[in-house]
Design a protein around this ligand. Structure first.
Ligand code: AKG
Ligand code: FE2
Length: 356
């Protein structure tokens, strides 16, 4: 994972709105990096997956809503193979890529760009052209992505006519098994801290797991143009497990309400607590606000695993009216469509006014 081999990306694989008017820079790196040293200089809490320290975890969840995970046990070879395969898929010429994904059901795998907000079936909620850009501001997100729901019977759909996609799917499935293993253990540890009886609750449902793979094209704008890889948001999930590979861009809101860089550190993952976890914990834990900056020198690949409660699982807590994740999701979809933003948990708060 330290040095995944990048192919030289042709801008023609970018959606037209992302195409640079300058030649693409090479994004080859050959730096040797020291995980230990980088962790020592990093502000984010660190959790060792092999020996989860419950007190440390509790503090990280309450104060930050995010932590780094070391010793996660995912083979480095798998990490770099996934990187190589997804890069190759993103590198397919845009028109070909678009046509190809039109023939694959979104419930199996979907391709989107300009927004991470998707409908439940995996189609972009809006296209880049739907949003008008003001002068000096690009209103769509500088990102393209693949949405892959795990365990949705997607393996029944034959991808033999697209060997590249078929092989990527095999790797994503293998990667997904690791993500599920990690999510279950972390949630188990959090449940212990919160005294939740996890079996009875359905608060974490591995069958809802989704992998999202992103490519953030290199941005060709100068600093005077406001453009986000991904705008500030909280995740709707219970937990999100993020693999940033090697290009920086992620920023998180610290306990002091300051935006700080959450740099990629070799062989570590970043775990975000999402809105569902905040509600489950009755606001004891925090759904962390985060965003992605664009990069003017290098494109960036990242991959997130998102996992949610069972569809019919009712989240009960003293701060929120009882709701299911499906209630939450449809409210988020309505708000994005009608207001252009996700309002989020405050929609479900008891006896409180919601605010945007
Ligand atoms: O790409 C990243 O680093 C973050 C992605 C993210 O925040 C998301 O998918 O919700
Ligand atoms: Fe996110």
């Amino acid at each position: 994972m330290e040095n995944p081999s990048h192919s030289q990306t042709t801008p023609l694989s970018y959606p037209p709105c992302f195409r640079p008017n300058t030649p693409q820079l090479s994004h080859q790196t050959n730096t040797t990096r020291d995980q230990k040293l980088e962790l020592e200089h990093d502000p984010l809490p660190v959790i060792d997956f092999q020996h989860i320290d419950l007190m440390k975890l509790e503090e990280a969840c309450m104060d930050w809503g995010i932590f780094r995970l070391v010793n996660h046990g995912i083979p480095l070879t798998l990490m770099s193979k996934v990187h190589e395969h997804v890069s190759n898929v993103f590198d397919i010429g845009f028109e070909t890529k678009q046509k190809m994904f039109e023939t694959i059901p979104a419930s199996v795998l979907s391709y989107f760009w300009g927004t991470p907000a998707l409908t439940p079936s995996g189609v972009a909620l809006y296209k880049d052209g739907d949003k008008q850009s003001d002068q000096g501001t690009i209103s769509y997100n500088w990102v393209e992505g693949l949405n892959y729901p795990l365990s949705q019977g997607s393996l029944d759909f034959c991808l033999d006519q697209y060997p590249m996609i078929r092989d990527m799917r095999t790797l994503l499935e293998e990667y997904g098994v690791h993500q599920e293993r990690i999510a279950k253990s972390i949630f188990g540890a959090m449940s212990q801290n919160l005294s939740i009886c996890e079996e009875n609750e359905g608060y974490l449902s591995p069958s809802t797991g989704i992998l999202r793979v992103y490519r953030y094209p290199r941005s060709f704008f100068d600093k005077s143009t406001k453009v986000w890889g991904m705008e500030a948001h909280t995740d709707s999930s219970v937990v999100t497990i993020l693999n940033q590979y090697e290009v920086e861009g992620l920023q998180v809101l610290s306990p002091k309400d300051e935006w700080i860089d959450a740099k990629p550190i070799p062989n570590t993952l970043v775990v975000h607590l999402g809105d569902m976890m905040q509600a489950i914990s009755d606001d004891k834990y925090k759904s962390v606000k985060h965003r992605v900056m664009v990069n003017r020198e290098r494109e960036r690949i990242s991959m997130g695993y998102f996992v949610f409660p069972d569809n019919d699982c009712v989240i009960r807590s003293s701060n929120y009216k009882p709701f299911t994740y499906l209630d939450f999701r449809s409210q988020v979809q309505d708000d994005i469509k009608n207001l252009g933003v996700k309002v989020g948990l405050s929609r479900f708060k008891l006896n409180k006014y919601f605010y945007i």
